[in-house]
Design a protein around this ligand. Structure first.
Ligand code: NAD
Length: 259
């Protein structure tokens, strides 16, 4: 699989899933715009990419909720084209219908959904020229309810509908739109719900038992899926769970004489 000559934007590329996807696509030859809010961390990822000899990336210090136009403009001005948009930036907070904060709800929807719609809208004319594609990083929380992450689930379920509606709308322009829907992937995102260095091993050990494969996901699991969907596939409108079997949620049964 080669992305030589292809230009990719990865939002939220200063950490976790986005940082690894940016490194992986760059290793496969892509020229990558590394988008994130934290200048130091954006530059660190860009430096890592430069060190392994991949095409020089473009660091863009930007907030997806405010700077969508600048993210697209700087990329196209610098690299001259756009082939793949990876909408990855996202935030994770706990709430439910009883413990609900409207400002937090607005912030989750603003980052995880509204910004994706605006960025995608602005990217379409450039992706149409290259017959490019879009990958939205959703979550299994878009596909299944988790009561303590109500607003997050709503944001990702909305994102999944956006993926599917956009796949239909953009097919005549030759643009494919797909989603990956990860389950627990070992990244710093869980700091946002109180998981830190002191309790993360216990947290991931407990989560391990949620999955048929007996482990949580790693960023390499999501990066290979991003690269696959970004390549010349026959797929559009797909929501691809990267979930260790979580969506295969049957009920374990036993009968006399049968286990
Ligand atoms: P992370 O916290 O390590 O990385 C998220 C990145 O998004 C960070 O770089 C953060 O700064 C950036 N970001 C957040 N708001 C932004 C904004 N307004 N503008 C620009 N950048 C912004 O988390 P991660 O686990 O790598 O998550 C990446 C995506 O994957 C998110 O959309 C998340 O919802 C999704 N996801 C993660 C998991 C998981 O278990 N880690 C599971 C399912 C889905």
């Amino acid at each position: 699989m080669s992305f030589t000559g292809k230009v990719v934007i990865v939002t939220g590329a200063s950490s976790g899933i986005g940082a690894d996807a940016a490194r992986h696509l760059a290793k496969l030859g892509a020229k990558v715009s590394i988008v994130g809010r934290n200048e130091k961390r954006v530059n660190e990822v860009a430096d890592q990419i430069k060190k392994f000899g991949a095409p020089t990336p473009l660091p863009i210090v930007a907030d997806v909720t405010r700077d969508a136009q600048r993210i697209i403009n700087e990329t196209v001005k610098h690299f001259g084209r756009l082939d793949v948009l990876v909408n990855n930036a996202g935030i994770f907070r706990a709430d439910n219908v009883v413990q609900f904060d409207v400002e937090q709800f607005d912030s989750i929807l603003d980052t995880n959904l509204r910004s994706v719609i605006i960025l995608t809208n602005l990217a379409v004319p450039h992706l149409e020229k290259t017959k490019g594609n879009i990958i939205n990083i959703s979550s299994v929380a878009g596909l299944r309810p988790f009561d303590l992450y109500t607003s997050y689930c709503i944001s990702k379920a909305g994102l999944d509908q956006f993926t599917k509606c956009s796949a239909i709308a953009l097919a005549p322009k030759g643009i494919r739109v797909n989603s990956i829907n990860p389950a627990t992937i070992r990244t710093p995102i869980f700091e946002q719900i109180g998981i830190n260095k002191s309790n993360e091993e216990q947290f991931f050990e407990e989560r391990r038992h949620d999955y048929l494969v007996g482990r949580v996901g790693e960023v390499s699991d999501t990066s290979s899926a991003v690269a696959y969907l970004a390549s010349e596939t026959f797929l559009t409108g797909l929501l691809l769970p990267i979930d260790g079997g979580l969506m295969c949620s049957g009920i374990r049964t036993s009968l006399p004489g049968l286990t």
